[in-house]
Design a protein. Structure first.
Length: 239
């Protein structure tokens, strides 16, 4: 739940409350990733080093805590996505494209998997919709940057990136360093496939080479929202 860098500094008590809230959300993300939907608010409080009552004063129910967790997750991803394209636009030296940087940063920097094993999908509330819209816009910029550089195929969509995240960063019963190494291994394989799909169409002399046109368009953002939130778009990602 990143703070807007353009906002004025917070007063002492507000700053402390914001830090405590972030600490609770980090703890909740870790607890739900480890224990799944049976995790309790008491376990979150113990992990965060706060009293159960202090959590309930901020979040009236476990479901309210989970909803805040979902919004914080998409806010975090949107911030990472914006930083990836802003760095490239500013001419920062990089050997990676925006998509690779985005996926790699999610693996190495996020404090837990995007899909939280809370047993719930976030409801389609105005807060979730606003955060999702901001994330969608940021991911479109990530893709536009790499399409212009010929690094990813045109058929790749923001929803594809979100589904890739869920596959590339599942919870694993391993120390973080070992899990990250495996996640990065499979990211490398995915990136190799994307580069191949983005390659120019083969000449007639090399008709056996893969054609990027063979990659069908990915799911829409509405498809992703229907999968991730408790709403029904009337379609599936495969439609």
């Amino acid at each position: 739940m990143p703070q807007d860098p353009t906002s004025p500094p917070l007063a002492g008590r507000k700053r402390e409350a914001l830090a405590n809230d972030r600490n609770v959300l980090v703890a909740a993300r870790e607890v739900f990733s480890l224990h799944g939907p049976e995790a309790t608010v008491a376990q979150v409080a113990e992990r965060a080093g706060v009293g159960v009552g202090s959590i309930y004063r901020r979040y009236s129910t476990k479901s309210a805590l989970v909803r805040a967790l979902h919004v914080a997750a998409i806010d975090e991803l949107a911030q990472i996505a914006r930083e990836c394209t802003e760095g490239i636009d500013a001419g920062e030296s990089t050997t990676s494209g925006a998509v690779e940087t985005f996926l790699r940063r999610h693996i190495l920097e996020s404090f837990g998997p995007l899909i939280i094993s809370s047993g719930e999908h976030p409801p389609a509330t105005p807060e979730v919709d606003a955060a999702s819209a901001a994330l969608h816009e940021a991911l479109e910029q990530v893709l536009a940057t790499d399409r212009a550089a010929g690094l990813v195929p045109d058929a790749l969509t923001p929803a594809d990136l979100m589904l890739l995240i869920t596959h590339l960063r599942p919870p694993l019963p391993l120390p973080r360093e070992q899990a990250d190494a495996l996640h990065l291994r499979y990211l490398g394989l995915v990136l190799a496939g994307l580069a191949q799909a983005a390659a120019p169409a083969p000449s007639t002399a090399d008709a056996a080479a893969p054609d990027s046109a063979d990659l069908t368009p990915g799911p829409s953002w509405e498809d992703w929202l229907a999968l991730w939130t408790s709403r029904d778009s009337g379609t599936t990602a495969g439609d």
